[in-house]
Design a protein around this ligand. Structure first.
Ligand code: HEC
Length: 173
């Protein structure tokens, strides 16, 4: 009787240890959070397109995506300011040439995924936007500490009058 009870205790303790041991790896199914605490937005691979861009100074292709709220706001022309809850994402690839049509510039090596999350209550110091970036195919969080956002926000400040957003939603008939 007693031995059954102690076996049970041992089993419970062992299960507890398994749970504890797994806890530090809770994010093993996804990359770690950015240094400012932002997690990689869930489901971003299924978001719809807001616009696309190409930089010819560093030869990269970009697709700008939005969560449902962003698409809704973009289509309603409700983008200055973008409402709370909006997330804009940008995926960046190095330019590559299509092997069967070399004049076609296509996505090559993946560079990074980055996001701007609108929450005016949470991110008042950066125009209401929370910034985060994950680099490369292994999605390494960018920035050695939370001050990395100064770099993001600083470069987005020239478009302050457009709610710190460069992208204009592309016309779609
Ligand atoms: C050197 C200037 C510069 C820096 C630094 C910068 N951005 Fe941007 N960002 C831009 C420009 C220019 C665009 C629009 C052109 C394009 O699509 O690349 C843009 C676009 C974006 C977009 C799409 C929405 C928009 O504003 O058009 C997101 C999201 C974004 N940046 C996030 C970030 C994050 C996160 C960081 C910091 C980790 C960051 N940016 C740092 C210049 C910068």
């Amino acid at each position: 009787m007693q031995s059954t009870a102690s076996k049970r205790i041992l089993t419970v303790a062992a299960l507890g240890l398994v749970v504890l041991a797994r806890a530090p790896f809770a994010d093993e199914h996804g990359p770690g959070a950015a240094p400012n605490g932002i997690s990689l937005p869930e489901g971003y691979k299924d978001w719809r397109v807001v616009a696309a861009s190409h930089r010819d100074d560093n030869n990269t292709l970009r697709v700008i995506l939005g969560n449902d709220m962003a698409i809704e706001a973009a289509r309603a022309g409700n983008t200055n300011p973008w409402p709370d809850g909006v997330i804009l994402g940008k995926l960046v690839w190095k330019d590559a040439r299509h092997e069967a049509w070399e004049k076609a510039v296509v996505p090559g090596e993946f560079v990074h995924a980055e996001f701007m999350i609108k929450d005016t209550g949470k991110w008042p110091a950066t125009g209401g936007w929370g910034y985060a970036r994950w680099k490369g195919m292994d999605q390494k969080p960018y920035g050695k500490d939370a001050s990395f956002v100064d770099e993001c926000h600083g470069c987005h400040t020239p478009v302050k009058d457009n709610d710190y957003v460069f992208t204009r939603p592309a016309a779609i008939p």
